[in-house]
Design a protein around this ligand. Structure first.
Ligand code: ZN
Length: 378
């Protein structure tokens, strides 16, 4: 199964200059092909390949970038031409021609839906579609011909799927660079889910409590590192800025931060994978990120990892495994409701770990909530 993941890049100044160079080269080559197509009214793939080859031999600056950046324009224009000659496109062009009055309008109508020149600053992107020319290394990656002194380009996050990176499209938008990776996933073996339906309560003490009684504990090691983080921060504030000790502590802090955020992410992935793989239907609570920080009910690890991340992972994993995802209304009082008789308590203190009801129910508070989440109906 092919899945895409678009990640923001953090290129250095020199790296972004190089990316820009790739974009410029790609645009130049594409526009050359458009010009030939417009002149002769047709362009075969063989012709395009020939034109690319000649240009690359002629201009040294076209040789600074991977030949694939340039060569991919052959496929791009071929696709654009094919798109321009579908019955729908032809009909639209005919209509545009019939409406055109001025010479300018007529000129535009003739080329309507057909390959057009790319202007500087629009659709700034290029692709590398050969997997052996892309190398991803954790949160860094490089591709063919990226100059050695530029090393690897930093990415904002790890690629979220396991598998082989088949291609990458690098693009610029709003002054930011992005890489969209296409991954051939290997870990998507959908088995028949073992259980029907489950509710998931993101816990106070635990990471999550499920309505069938399963508990995902909050990582204890996380709290240990949390303490270490605080210690280091304190130490840093006492050290003289730009001293060697300061620099040392800063590096240690950065490493720990990275480690903490990765282990958090890992815990969330385990949880969301389990939920999406093992049930036919999963119900989760909807929590707006803005409420999250105020909501002390949630385990700190969840707050830090961001509920947004949990929801996002649930969404794509459930789609992947064909699992029904139910997002419970934000205002549903999942904790205060009795899962046996439906009575809703006016108040439930955070310290009350056990839910007790007049009907006789005595149950762990989070378990009661997860059962309510599971039973919730639109
Ligand atoms: Zn009750």
């Amino acid at each position: 199964m092919l899945l895409a993941h678009k990640i923001e890049l953090y290129p250095s100044l020199k790296q972004s200059q190089y990316l820009k160079h790739c974009v410029d080269n790609r645009r130049y080559m594409y526009n050359q092909l458009v010009a030939v197509y417009r002149e002769f009214g047709k362009l075969t793939k063989t012709n395009s390949q020939q034109i690319v080859k000649e240009n690359r031999a002629k201009f040294e600056w076209l040789q600074d970038v991977s030949t694939r950046v340039i060569r991919n324009t052959v496929d791009d224009i071929d696709k654009a031409i094919k798109r321009g000659w579908t019955p729908e496109a032809k009909a639209k062009r005919k209509k545009a021609l019939a409406c055109a009055v001025t010479p300018k309008q007529k000129h535009k109508a003739v080329h309507y839906g057909l390959p057009s020149f790319v202007k500087r600053g629009e659709s700034e992107s290029f692709s590398i579609r050969e997997k052996e020319k892309i190398r991803v290394n954790g949160r860094k990656f490089k591709f063919e011909k990226l100059p050695k002194e530029l090393r690897e380009i930093k990415m904002r996050e790890l690629i979220r799927f396991d598998g082989v990176v088949k291609q990458v499209t690098i693009s610029k938008r709003a002054d930011k660079w992005f890489a969209s990776f296409l991954i051939e996933t290997t870990d998507i073996e959908k088995q028949e889910p073992s259980f029907e339906s489950v509710g998931c309560d993101l816990g106070v003490k635990e990471l999550a409590v499920l309505s069938d009684g399963k508990i995902f504990p909050a990582h204890k090691s996380y709290y240990k590192r949390e303490r270490k983080l605080r210690q280091l921060n304190k130490k840093l504030s006492r050290q003289k800025k730009d001293s060697n000790g300061f620099k040392d502590t800063k590096v240690k802090l950065q490493k720990l931060h990275y480690y903490v955020s990765e282990s958090r992410k890992q815990a969330l992935h385990e949880l969301t994978s389990w939920l999406s793989k093992n049930y036919k239907r999963v119900a989760i609570e909807d929590l707006a990120p803005s409420n999250m920080v105020k909501n002390r009910r949630l385990a700190k690890s969840i707050i830090d990892a961001g509920f947004g991340m949990f929801k996002e992972q649930m969404k794509y994993k459930c789609e992947m495994y064909n699992t029904e995802l139910v997002i419970v209304d934000r205002f549903f009082p999942s904790s205060k409701t009795c899962s046996k008789c439906g009575n809703v308590k006016k108040e439930l203190k955070l310290s009350e770990r056990t839910y007790t009801c007049e009907c006789g129910l005595v149950m762990d508070r989070d378990l009661n909530a997860s059962i309510n989440i599971n039973n919730w109906q639109k």
